[in-house]
Design a binder for this molecule. Structure first.
Ligand code: NAP
Length: 282
């Protein structure tokens, strides 16, 4: 593909940003679909966020992914916030329609699409235990409200945050918070246990969020972490007879949704996964 006077610009912003695998994933997607686009990573400091957004409008950057620490701060700078981002309270994707900027959140939707494609196609009636109550957990709870999940239990180190999260979605499905001390019993009852904390992430690969022996055989153990691709929690759950689901798919599908919002074309998910896997292993 040649970069020419018609090439459309896309980007990811964050601070830090040089670790991001989004540029290789998205540029591969554009090439795969013969779209004349280029996706770059911009290191934007908080004090330059408003200037960056003005630049998006001025330069006609068509799409932006937003990562830590700007997901909240960017919201008041946009023209419209989609329901997903409003309910989650954070934006990770911006679509620029002729200077009008709309913020979306594709993290939780991406997670659920990955869970359905890779582990469990039908989430209706499922009893789901979520460990952690940060931004990622919030996105996942939002996305699960669309799937007819049977119930959600939330456990968090800081129980107050688990309670706040349960409270925010209490009108939409059966959901309640528990203390860490109740985790063993909650694991035994769950069809799907999702680790949304950073426990077990590189370099702390020997840590696990719960004892995998507490899960039922045949239950799904799911982890948002993709470095390592298979965490110790997932390895132990597999040894215990569970089905396992890692975090790479969430990363791929949050990007796939963004790609689809920007281009209207179906995302080439297989190619996106292939190039990210290569980069992670290389
Ligand atoms: P966050 O908002 O900072 O929330 C972190 C959560 O982890 C909080 O609930 C926190 O509990 C808990 N936690 C942190 N350290 C802990 C520890 N040592 N023991 C017990 N709980 C601990 O982060 P986030 O944005 O939700 O991200 C969470 C994880 O998801 C990260 O590992 C991130 O890499 C991963 N993630 C993956 C993808 C993907 O595409 N696969 C996308 C987004 C996030 P407290 O409330 O008690 O502090």
């Amino acid at each position: 593909m040649t970069v020419d006077s018609h090439t459309v610009l896309y980007s990811v912003i964050g601070d830090p940003i040089r670790h991001s695998k989004s540029p290789i994933m998205m540029n591969r997607a554009f090439r795969e679909c013969n779209i004349n686009g280029v996706y770059t990573a911009f290191h934007i400091k908080g004090e330059n966020l408003a200037a960056f957004v003005a630049g998006v409008r001025a330069m006609g950057i068509r799409g932006v992914n937003v990562t830590i620490p700007h997901k909240l701060a960017i919201m008041p700078l946009l023209d419209e916030i989609d329901e997903s981002a409003q309910m989650i309270g954070a934006v990770n994707t911006i679509v620029n329609n002729d200077g009008r900027l709309t913020g979306y959140n594709t993290d939780g939707l991406g997670y659920v699409r990955s869970l359905k494609e890779e582990a469990e196609p039908d989430l209706r009636g499922k009893r789901i235990l979520i460990i952690g109550s940060g931004g990622a957990a919030r996105g996942i709870v939002y996305a699960l409200t669309k799937e007819g999940a049977g119930s959600i239990v939330i456990a968090n180190r800081t129980v107050e945050r688990a309670k706040q999260l349960a409270q925010a979605f209490s009108g939409l499905l059966p959901i309640h918070a528990i203390a860490h001390s109740e985790l063993k019993a909650a694991c035994a009852e769950a069809d799907i246990v999702i680790n949304t904390t950073s426990v077990g992430m590189f370099p702390h690969v020997e840590e696990t969020p719960v004892d995998a022996r507490w899960l039922r055989q045949g239950a799904i153990a799911s982890d948002l972490i993709y470095n390592p691709l298979t965490t110790k929690f997932l390895e132990e759950a597999r040894e215990n007879g569970c089905r396992i689901h890692g975090g790479l798919g969430m990363f791929i599908y949050q990007g796939a949704y963004a790609f689809e919002y920007w281009t209207g074309a179906p995302a080439p998910v297989k190619a996106m996964r292939e190039v990210v896997l290569q980069a992670l292993k290389g």
